[in-house]
Design a protein around this ligand. Structure first.
Ligand code: ADP
Length: 248
């Protein structure tokens, strides 16, 4: 187990899937983890699981696309654990629709949660990180933000935006002691993917250089690395736990 020195992490959208795996991984490494999710019960359940395993966690529910909620999320996390030292912007959702059927409302909601949420949460914690001269921000993008996705134009655009935001903020704040990076997962065995037909999954897996999909825990490993001092030279990067699907 890597010792995080009990640093404080906030993981958004940590009530399920990849975010949950990230929160649990960081907790196992000794971080004190604020677990955000839109669904308060899901956040509470993850907190109980972490505490049951001997880790330290607190629930910080709320909608990352709402400025007032974000202020509350950060306040409730910091009241319990003190200043947030590691922020993982992960909250999001997937919606598949052909571009010609996509409404402007669909597009705006997608951008508001993924890109707006990343903006709001980062804005809420970055000034204090810069004042302290240290901090880490990790944004969960997707390989679809790098290569595009069929019937996923709004999702891909929002994820591409997250990669651009990551690089730009990293250029501005790295000298201030804050490292900002992204991860762009490829096909991962999330609930959604596991719900697709086995045929499709087998065909797609066979096309991957690695021959298999990733697990949420393997994405969490990449995030934990970026959060750690072992990643001291990584700035504005987008690491790709993607089974070799996209090689950049
Ligand atoms: P994945 O399978 O990619 O990990 P999930 O849909 O399982 O994605 O998990 C994403 C999490 O993000 C869900 O628990 C969901 O409730 C949460 N979430 C979605 N939108 C928001 C939001 N606006 N604010 C906070 N959390 C959100």
């Amino acid at each position: 187990m890597t010792d995080s020195g009990g640093r404080v992490a906030l993981v958004t959208g940590a009530g399920n899937g990849i975010g949950r795996a990230i929160a649990e991984k960081l907790a196992r490494q000794g971080y004190r983890v604020a677990v955000n999710d839109l669904r308060a019960e899901a956040a509470a359940e993850v907190v109980s699981g972490i505490e049951g395993a001997g880790g330290r966690a607190t629930a910080a529910p709320g909608d990352v696309s709402e400025p007032d909620d974000v202020a509350g999320i950060v306040r409730s996390a910091e009241e319990v654990f003190g200043p947030i030292e590691v922020l993982v912007n992960n909250a999001g959702f997937l919606q598949q629709k052909p571009f010609v059927e996509l409404t402007f409302e669909d597009f705006q909601r997608m951008v508001a949660v993924h890109l707006g949420g990343t903006f709001l949460c980062t804005s809420a914690v970055l000034p204090a990180m810069l004042e302290r001269g240290s901090g880490v921000v990790i944004n969960v993008a997707s390989q679809l933000g790098q290569i595009g996705g069929v019937e996923l134009s709004h999702y891909s655009a929002a994820k591409a935006g997250i990669i651009g935001l990551t690089k730009s903020i990293a250029r501005e704040v790295s000298k201030g002691g804050v490292r900002v990076n992204a991860v762009a997962p490829g096909p991962i065995n999330t609930e959604l993917v596991l719900g697709l037909s086995e045929d499709w999954r087998n065909t797609k897996a066979a096309e991957l250089p690695l021959g298999r999909f990733g697990e949420p825990e393997e994405v969490a490993e990449t995030v934990a690395f970026l959060a750690s001092d072992a990643a001291s030279l990584y700035v504005g990067q987008t690491l790709g736990p993607n089974s070799g699907d996209v090689m950049l």
